[in-house]
Structure formats: C-alpha cells, structure tokens
Design a protein around this ligand. Structure first.
Ligand code: ADP
Ligand code: ASP
Ligand code: MG
Length: 427
C-alpha cells in the first residue's frame, strides 16, 4: 500500500463527465489498495470567469491592486476549487468509494498573506491522516490556503500544482502524480510545435528553468517544493482510458529526476520555453552615475512589482538607457511609478514601454559543458530575420526578448535548429 497524491488540472475537471472519469480513475487506485489524496483545480475557464467578473466591477488596475481588493480577489478565485472538490467527492461516493472534501482553510494549508501569490508555510496533515486511516479518499482544494489572520489566500495562477506537491511533501507521500491534458513534459509546448517530443524524464534543474521561463505545464513553486523535499513527481495524461492497468499508468508521462543524468547522449538543449506575459520598459536618457540603477528599480520593487530581465546600455555624453521587463499585469502600474516617482527624481528624459514582447529561452544542463549553444541560437534567429532586444543567460539557459509577433516562428526555428524533434538531439 502506498500513499499517492493525484492532482487534476482544469481541463481534466472540465465537465461532470470528466469529473466522473477522474472519480473512476481514483477509485481504480483505491481498489488496488492505495491511500489517495486528490487535489483538483477549478473546472477549466472558471478561474478566468471569476476574475473577469471582478474586473467588470473593478476595472482600475491601481484600485484592484490594493491589499483590500487583493483579499477579495482571492476569496473569490478560491471558490472555483471549492466547487471542484465537492463535485469530485460526490462522484466518488456515487462509485461506492468513501470520500471527504476540504478547502485549504479546513486542512489547514497555512500561507503568508501575499494575496494572489501566497506562499505555503505549513500544512497540518492530522485531519487528512485520520480520514485516510478511516479508509477515505481525501480531496483537498488546489490553489488556496489560509493566512495567519484567517483570510483565504491563493497561490498564483497554476497554483494547484504547488498545493499537490506541498501536500505530498508534508505527508511524505510515495509519489505525486500531476494529471493534465498532455501526456507529459515536451521539448516545447506541443500546441505551438506539433513536432515536439515527450521527454520520458527531465532533470529537476531543467524542469525548474522550463517552469520559471514560462512552460505552464508545472507551476514553478511546485518544482521548487519537489526539489526541496525530494518528492517523486510525474506529469501524465488524465485523458487515457481510466481503466488502463495501474502499472502502465504509473510508468507513463514524464518523471522529474533528481540524479545527474549519466547518459552519454545527453541532449545539450532539453527544451524551449516561452513567455508572453512580460512587458518591456525603457528609461531613456538617465544620468549615468553611481546609484542610478537603485533609483530606478527601488521604487518599482517598493510597489511590489517583480522585475525580470534588466539591461543598461553604455553611456553617451554622461547619459544612458536602462531597460527591464515586468509581468504584463504590472505594466500600467510600473509606467505610473516611473513617470510619477523616477522621472522627477532622476532627471531622466523619458519612459517608453512595449507590452508586445515575449521571451524565448533554450534550456539544458548540457549547456554547462558545451560552447557555441548561445551563438547557434542567435544565428538561428538572425536567419529568420528576428531582432533580439535583450539577452540574459545562466549556466543552463539562454533567453532572448523579441517582438511578440515572431514568437511562434522563433520557437519553431529553434526547435528544429537544435534537432529537438529527433530522438537524439544534436549540439
Ligand atoms: P492543467 O489545467 O492540467 O494544470 P495547464 O494548462 O496548466 O494544465 O498545463 C498544461 C499545458 O501546458 C498543456 O496543455 C500545454 O499546452 C502547456 N505546455 C507548455 N509547455 C509545455 C511543455 N514543455 N510540455 C508540455 N506541455 C506544455
Ligand atoms: N484554478 C487556478 C488557475 O486557473 C489554479 C490552477 O488551475 O492550478 O490558475
Ligand atoms: Mg496548470
């Protein structure tokens, strides 16, 4: 008997028919003698629908980002998962399987108070363990938690992955299975590149980079949790027939591995990630003197806005240009902060913004030991006539910021250039 955590995403929970199929699958695992904790997301589209209603009533992004408004947004968005757990518990009971559902606040899954992007601080598993011991399937809402003041919080978009891995870590589960609408982690999003290949394994470090660079198949914090607590983690499809043999199901999809891969034919580039959620901001004509980066970035950070890629140009006649990217949701607020606070304080000439950019990244631990990977990336983009606006690199990734309209072209060209559609990818 093993303790297994299953997570089902929005599409997997998208209709009562889909929920029945999830219940049949879970029941199969229970009948095979396992203890199951199930963490579902809201039904597909539901979180967007709820947040859309909120936007109708609160269109001003400044007002919608006050702590008071963020609190309400979380209380609202968390209801999507509340519906899912109730329906799934009923569907299991209808199969003759004892099941009980809990909201994150009932478990409780404790978080900090950073509404809309709360971090899990602790999970009390007493209640869940008692139910499991009593032979029940325990269904816990994804995405939500409770802060020290008793407010409902959410973990950021895609946060149900994190709930599931955190529950698995807290309970020392034997495995956490992330069921979704694709059958594993691919070399890139198969919706953009049909030739993308499923990876049977991916290293934890590569998965961490892919997630942080925009591959939405796993939320980044779920990968961080898996790494920190060594949670055996697998991504697999919920769209296989529910009654396929458990052994077949348990070895399908993509396993996140923690060991250094010893394969000789290790692909240099494991995958390509992209992110269209960013916007670029340039502060033009900044006096080039010590402390200027802090004077620009400080007020932005004080407004709780995360900054991603940063570049500063060489200066001409004592002035320079400074560019960085932020999440597109923070674009208007960032421009506002720069215009009202930074321009007057620094004497910079102007602030320009471009929300129509995207970031495309190549990721692979093989990049550590191979030279020429970045230059091949740049040559490929140049051959396609794509202008690179910003570049950032780390040991195992190279990212470029380009015009959003070239995103798909860039991803396809890079996928081909690095032979990711082939069984053994080349340098
Ligand atoms: P869920 O609702 O199950 O959490 P998501 O939509 O959040 O599902 O994540 C699954 C989606 O991630 C896939 O449908 C796919 O389009 C996208 N995706 C992006 N990059 C990748 C990748 N490298 N491999 C697999 N899927 C990817
Ligand atoms: N329902 C939430 C969202 O749409 C959480 C999740 O699906 O993981 O972001
Ligand atoms: Mg998701």
């Amino acid at each position: 008997m093993a303790l297994i955590v299953h997570k089902y995403g929005g599409t997997s929970m998208g209709s009562t028919e889909r929920i029945r199929s999830v219940a049949q699958r879970v029941a199969k695992w229970v009948r095979a003698g396992h203890q199951l904790v199930v963490v579902p997301s809201a039904m597909s589209g539901e979180t967007n629908r709820l947040l859309g209603l909120a936007k109708d009533l609160m269109p001003d992004p400044q007002l919608a980002s006050t702590p008071a408004a963020l609190r309400e947004l979380d209380a609202l968005a968390a209801t999507g998962e509340q519906v899912s757990v109730g329906l799934l518990a009923l569907a299991l009971q209808a199969q003759g399987v004892a099941a009980v559902s809990y909201g994150g606040w009932q478990v409780p899954i404790r978080t900090d108070s950073a509404f809309t992007k709360a971090r899990i601080s602790a999970i009390d598993d007493t209640r869940v363990r008692a139910d499991l011991a009593a032979g029940k399937v325990v269904i816990v809402t994804g995405f939500q938690g409770i802060d020290p003041e008793g407010n409902v919080t959410t973990l950021g978009r895609g946060g149900s992955d994190t709930s599931a891995v955190a529950v698995a870590a807290a309970m020392k589960a034997d495995e956490c299975l992330i069921y979704t609408d694709v059958d594993g982690v691919y070399t890139t999003d198969p919706r953009i590149v049909p030739e993308a290949r499923r990876l049977s394994t991916i290293s934890f470090e590569e998965m961490l980079e892919m997630a942080s660079l925009g591959s939405k198949v796993l939320q980044i914090r779920s990968v961080e949790f898996a790494g920190k607590y060594r949670v055996p983690l697998r991504v697999l499809s919920s769209f296989t027939p529910w009654d396929i043999p458990i052994e077949e199901e348990a070895s399908s999809g993509t396993l996140i591995t923690f060991e250094e891969d010893e394969k000789m034919e290790q692909a240099v580039v494991a995958g390509i990630a992209f992110n269209r959620d960013e916007a670029k901001i340039s502060v033009i004509g900044v006096p080039d003197k010590p402390g200027i980066a802090f004077q620009i970035i400080g007020p932005v950070a004080d407004a709780n806005i995360d900054i991603d890629v940063i570049i500063q140009n060489v200066s001409h006649s004592g002035r320079t240009d400074f560019s960085f990217t932020v999440h597109r949701n923070d674009y208007a607020r960032t421009l506002e902060v720069l215009k009202t606070k930074v321009l007057p304080a620094t004497g910079a000439a102007e602030v320009l913004g471009d929300a129509k950019i995207c970031k495309v990244s190549i990721v692979g631990i093989g990049m550590r030991s191979h030279v020429g990977v970045a230059s091949k990336m740049f040559r490929t983009l140049s051959d396609e006539g794509i202008n690179i606006q910003m570049i950032t690199t780390s040991e195992i990734k190279t990212s470029v910021v380009i015009d959003e309209k070239y995103m798909e072209l860039a991803v396809r060209a890079l996928h081909k250039a690095f032979d990711l559609d082939q069984e053994t990818a080349a340098v």
